[in-house]
Design a protein around this ligand. Structure first.
Ligand code: GAR
Length: 200
């Protein structure tokens, strides 16, 4: 499955996906990596892995719609069949979503629908939950709101800092995202409205 990744930050999830692809655990081919940030660590990691990269910085476009149209052109040029958001910190607009011919997956560091948006781990600590975790879901037009594919819980410890909790969740994210992508690529994910069934 020809796959593109969009990431805004350091790119540890992108790295985990690249490594899983390399070790033949993932039946996908990562053909392109893009970012909305010039200095994103994710771009460096992709380049080092020999994956072509592109920056779609908002300052290069009249508005967000134009930026997202350019992302779609790039998807078409690369004949993308699957788009993975890996720490891409922008909600994709409705026009983009309507035109997307490929499924889009996202990973989020909480047990959705709890704590969508930015700083999910901080939100979890401030709320005082005892269990958080991460979620891989299909992307829709909302904020971290699409149908859920996989979730895994991570306990919140009494002495946890935002950094400590984030690190423990991140370790699970790398494994969970890889597994969700594998299931999607193998055609084992059946989506009926909001419900997602995993076929054995
Ligand atoms: C990850 O924790 C990911 O779940 C989160 O950004 C981080 C990116 O880390 N994504 C979101 O919060 C999306 N709403 P990474 O750049 O090391 O993969």
């Amino acid at each position: 499955m020809r796959t593109a990744i969009l990431a805004s930050g350091r790119g540890s999830n992108l790295q985990a996906l690249i490594e899983a692809q390399r070790s033949a655990k993932l039946p996908i081919e990562i053909v392109a990596a893009g970012s909305d940030q010039f200095g994103a660590g994710a771009l460096k990691r992709a380049k080092e892995a020999g994956i072509p990269t592109r920056v779609f910085h908002i300052s290069d476009y009249p508005d967000r719609q134009a930026q997202e149209q350019d992302i779609l052109i790039w998807m078409r040029e690369n004949q993308v069949e699957l788009l993975l958001l890996a720490g891409y910190m922008r909600v994709l607009g409705s026009q983009f979503m309507r035109q997307a011919w490929f499924p889009i997956l996202n990973i989020h560091p909480s047990l959705l629908p709890a704590f969508p948006g930015l700083h999910a781990q901080r939100q979890a600590l401030e709320y005082g939950v005892k269990i958080s975790g991460c979620t891989v879901h299909f992307v829709d037009e909302g904020l971290d709101s699409g149908p859920i594919i996989l979730q895994e819980a991570v306990p919140v410890l009494a002495e946890d800092t935002e950094e400590g909790l984030s690190q423990r969740i991140l370790a699970v994210e790398h494994r969970l995202y890889t597994e969700a992508v594998r299931l999607v690529a193998l055609g084992k994910v059946n989506r009926i409205g909001r419900r997602v069934q995993i076929l054995q």
